[in-house]
Design a protein around this ligand. Sequence first.
Ligand code: PLP
Length: 451
Amino acid sequence: MPIKTIIEPFRIKSVEPIRWTTREQRMELLRQAHYNLFLLPADDVLIDLLTDSGTGAMSTHQWAAVMEGDESYAGSRSFERFRRSIQNVFGYKHVIPTHQGRAAERILFGVTCKKGDVVPNNTHFDTTRANVEFTGAEAVDLLVPEGRQPALAHPFKGNMDVAGLEKLIGRVGRERIPLVMLTVTNNSGGGQPVSMENARRVSEVCRRSGIPLYFDAARFAENAWFIKVREKGYESKTPKEIAGEMFALGDGCTMSAKKDGLANIGGFLCTNNDLLAQQEKDLLILTEGYPTYGGLAGRDLEAIAVGIQEALEEDYLRYRISSIAYLGNHIASQGVPIVQPPGGHAIYLDARAFLPHLPQEQFPGVALAAELYLEGGVRSVEIGSLMFGPAAQMELVRLAIPRRVYTQSHIDYLVEVILEVWKNRERIRGLRLTYQAPFLRHFTARLEPID
Ligand SMILES: *Cc1c(COP(=O)(O)O)cnc(C)c1O
């Protein structure tokens, strides 16, 4: 029989203890946190799936590189390594370091967008949308319709609606569209991938209209893996070759190195346009730092230079994507409603279908996330009515899996916790708000159970 057990393609050299609490303690901790898991001390969480951003574990090679960090203000050796590693994968002419992805966004949109402009994207991530809108431009999401149906299984639910893009260009005119963006994978749409064919068609439309194409590349390696295993003609290509082929369809990218950079902080901005690069570096000096460090320490540049390459290793990607699929498929086979198919960095529970007895105004997603904590000390995040208000399209609970942090037995534990909550779902009560801030209320909201 072929061996099926998923194992981590690494062994562990340094461990970080996690702390058990009793159910009674968690009951009290939940009450003190006003049923909002953002307000919990991380030490009281057993398995933390709040985000996959900046929460990954670095390799021995990355830690060794950290010690090689050159902290020179200008012209550091670490920047040269960073630039070479990124160009080796992305292929763009100019590489500009930033402290996070959103800083790269602010600079890119700051130099390219103005009031009245329109920026199309398959789906804007929240900071991306905010940075487009901050310039006075309009952020338009053009996702294929399949991407908006949680239960529908489709291999590339992150694809852009190409006909919609052509229609938009026809309607507003190419002069008002400074760039088109493709987010790979589509974070806000369930971590779903974009196919090479779709990227190619978007690129053709952009070239024909003379509009630059940029990638929001935060999870480019996971996207490349999905192309390898799902798209015809890519079975025998390496993730690195696939990533290179995709980036060659565009003119630049923004990147949060806290995701597929396998680093705890950092980001960058790439472009092939000399004039734009100059303007971007001028702005960078004003807000981030000199162009050979961009708000990062030399050691961070080193960690990213190594991480970018490690994120493309086949053994790593196979383990990561199959371990997340294992979690999603296991719970789905017992009836738990999830966004199908399992995404590249997270499993999304459909709280509306999980708790049909709770109306939207009783925050089913927040109630489900609180119950997962109570049952097993697991922290997840609601992506629904608390985050987006009554306009929320879906009530989801995201279980984001940090990179190289948890083992397969942690995943088995998660399956058990989720199935236990599923079994007792009818007993879960709704919540009501007792405090909300005027903006981004989900971070600080307080709630209480409804009797
Ligand atoms: C995380 C993320 C960003 C923003 O990056 P930060 O490093 O958090 O500033 C932008 N786009 C996508 C798709 C992301 O997932």
